[in-house]
Design a protein around this ligand. Structure first.
Ligand code: WTA
Length: 647
């Protein structure tokens, strides 16, 4: 329902008020904002009490060691117990936790009782392998139930997991294993991709070769592919976990026990291991999943289309939904395998009611045509969510009209690997939404938009997004590099003590918050964070490359596309397309196919300032085909003529 249209700029758009019917049944009520405003810490304590605490906490926040927060620090809980055991104890063992849909068409339902048995078996095996609380375990797996079981088994034992997206290269996996000194990798023989098995264990073998910390590789059979085997190191899941005892008693851990490390790209080449802990993280993922998705246990069928390799998979496939006793769909494959109807078939089959995905996928669906979703009964859908990048109003409206039957509320959720859980989002049933705006910080969360001088901006203001109060799911640091933690997030507004998110944002004239995208050298390609310097480093590992500069250029489907400019070493021949193909392959091999540049231009020179800094802003102008901005600080403006010729 359109309630208002005002103003003149592109953000002054119609807003959609919640229907009375939705509002009446919604988990979230408007008074949450006032309650949180009145007593923020009391509000969070109440949210934390939605969980089961083996030892109740008496203190809420200790910020004396800022910027490292302690939440609920004297409380003890077991995260896996909260996600599995207590639902079984409460009599919901027969409820399906996971409707798993394999890419080749196989499927499996896993109940909460099944999950408890599986997690207990995995926990017993990991214990037998000698792993103890505090050890790190790398998980490099496709989207199969055993991946979730592995994550929960780690949580149950206080092992800190480091899930690495299974599309990352052996080089990328190795650097993450080394950085965290993981003792175990859990993986599969292979994975299904577009109807064909693709190797996974091969990549792990290459990655762990010579890795000092690795003691074992635990392998789930998924594709029944031939794999190389290292006796003593490698173990089959079906020969170990599947034979282990199904009884396991969960021990409590302090609220600040490290739950996981998740690597994400920063402005420099080396990925950062973001540290998350237990009690605060689970409190906020659980609270947001309940209120932002209006989730009703036992009634809704929830589907988050992310991969467990990203934070969205951690918080909104594993911890948030399972802590709230969700029944959810987990799908192994790509959205167009065997054809573009796959997601809609899955929604019809399981009667999915809550569907959470990325703007890139929505734009891809738009490109495929609305006839495809329209050929299906999507009437089960009652709420839609978006995450990972700004959603353009056109895609937002299409999503609501074509997928949401013209009435489903859309929650556009802003958050980051570092924030651990959703921070800025409408509350369905409460907030009137504007297509493209994440609207407002959630109850309990405080954010500001400020300028370079830390001056808070009001309506119409365009500046940097900061978080000016600690929140329960906030990161607790960067693994092994607390200086980098302080420097990256807390030095920009050190005096004020604010967290600098790295995103630009603005308030429109009605006070709705619009996240505009990264203000640092991080690109956002299909919702994946990739740093320009990471891709540059990968390019210069090729023998013919002397120097590389990478920028993110606007892309109609993926948000941004990676565009690289490369200078060859003296004496290296420019073989044109052949060389460009080789360079693209080099980036896939060094990082992942997701970091593969859309375009590479071989150029004679790169534009630099007099102090020698590459002028990326100008390269972005070139990549996006714009008139050049101010080139007066360039050493040699003629460089551009040569660059344009090279394209
Ligand atoms: C971007 C993903 C606009 C933003 C959960 C942020 C968004 C980065 C939104 C974090 C949104 C995420 N609107 N931009 N709703 N959600 N972003 O760590 O630039 O993979 O800083 O976490 O994605 O990406 P990350």
């Amino acid at each position: 329902m359109t309630t208002s249209t005002s103003g003149t700029d592109e953000t002054a758009v119609a807003s959609y008020a919640p229907s009375a019917e939705f509002a009446a049944q919604a988990n979230a009520k408007a008074d949450l904002y006032a309650a949180a405003e009145k007593d923020r810490l009391g509000f969070w304590a109440e949210q934390a009490r939605r969980l089961h605490w083996h030892t109740p906490f008496t203190e809420v926040l200790d910020w004396s060691d800022a910027p490292v927060a302690k939440w609920f620090a004297d409380g003890e809980l077991n995260v896996a117990y909260n996600c599995v055991d207590r639902h079984v104890i409460d009599g919901h063992g027969d409820q399906v936790a996971i409707h798993w849909e394999g890419e080749p068409g196989d499927s499996r339902d896993v109940t909460y009782a099944d999950l408890l048995a599986d997690v207990s078996q995995a926990a017993n095996t990991l214990t037998e392998l000698g792993l103890v609380s505090g050890d790190r375990v790398a998980i490099y797996m496709p989207m199969i139930p055993e991946a979730i079981v592995s994550i929960l088994a780690c949580a149950r034992l206080g092992l800190t997991h480091s899930v690495v997206f299974a599309g990352f290269s052996a080089t990328a996996l190795r650097s993450r294993i080394d950085d965290a000194e993981a003792k175990l990798v859990i993986t599969t023989d292979g994975q299904w991709r577009r109807g064909k098995p693709a190797p996974i264990k091969d990549t792990v073998d290459e990655a762990v070769d010579g890795a000092a910390s690795i003691q074992h590789v635990l392998v789930v059979k998924r594709t029944d592919s031939d794999v190389a085997w290292t006796e003593g190191r490698d173990l089959w899941w079906h020969e170990t976990v599947a034979n282990a005892s199904k009884e396991h008693e969960a021990q409590p851990f302090p609220a600040e026990h490290p739950l996981f490390i998740l690597y994400t790209s920063g402005t420099t080449g080396k990925p950062k291991g973001i540290i998350h802990t237990s009690g605060g993280y689970l409190t906020q993922t659980s609270y947001t999943h309940h209120n932002v998705f209006d989730h009703k246990p036992g009634k809704d069928v929830y589907w988050c289309t992310a991969d467990i390799g990203w934070v969205t998979g951690h918080s909104y496939i594993v911890y948030g939904p399972l802590s709230n006793r969700a029944t959810q769909v987990v799908y192994e494959g790509t959205p167009n395998s065997p054809d573009e109807h796959r997601h809609w078939n899955v929604i019809e089959k399981y009667k999915v009611s809550i569907y959470y995905t990325s703007p890139t996928l929505v734009r891809t669906f738009m490109k495929w045509g609305k006839e495809i979703p329209e050929a299906h009964d999507l009437s089960s859908i009652r709420l839609l969510g978006s995450v990972g990048e700004p959603i353009n109003p056109e895609a937002w409206r299409w999503f609501r009209d074509v997928v949401g039957g013209g009435s489903a509320p859309i929650v556009d959720t802003w958050w980051q690997t570092e924030t651990g859980a959703i921070m800025i989002s409408p509350l369905p049933g409460v907030t009137s939404t504007k297509p493209g705006s994440a609207m407002t910080p959630l109850p309990g969360i405080s954010a500001k938009i400020v300028d370079d001088d830390a001056k808070p901006l009001g309506n119409g203001g365009n500046g940097y997004l900061v978080l000016d109060e600690p929140w329960p799911a906030m990161l607790r640091g960067i693994w092994g590099d607390m200086d980098r933690y302080k420097d990256t997030y807390w030095s920009r507004y050190a005096e004020e003590g604010w967290y600098f998110a790295g995103d630009g944002a603005k308030y429109d004239e009605d006070g709705a918050l619009w996240v505009l995208g990264r203000v640092d050298d991080v690109m956002n390609v299909s919702g994946h964070r990739i740093s320009t310097s990471e891709v540059e480093s990968a390019l210069v590992t090729h023998h013919s490359v002397a120097e590389a500069a990478v920028v993110g250029a606007a892309d109609d489907t993926t948000g941004q596309g990676i565009v690289a400019f490369v200078i060859l070493r003296a004496g290296e021949e420019n073989t044109g397309d052949a060389l460009i193909a080789e360079l693209k392959a080099q980036v896939s091999k060094e990082i992942s196919p997701i970091a593969r540049p859309r375009e590479i231009s071989i150029v004679p020179e790169l534009p630099k300032t007099r102090s020698g800094k590459i002028m990326r802003r100008l390269l972005r102008d070139v990549a996006e085909g714009r008139e050049l901005g101010d080139v007066s600080t360039l050493v040699d403006p003629k460089v551009f003529e040569a660059i344009k010729k090279g394209r």
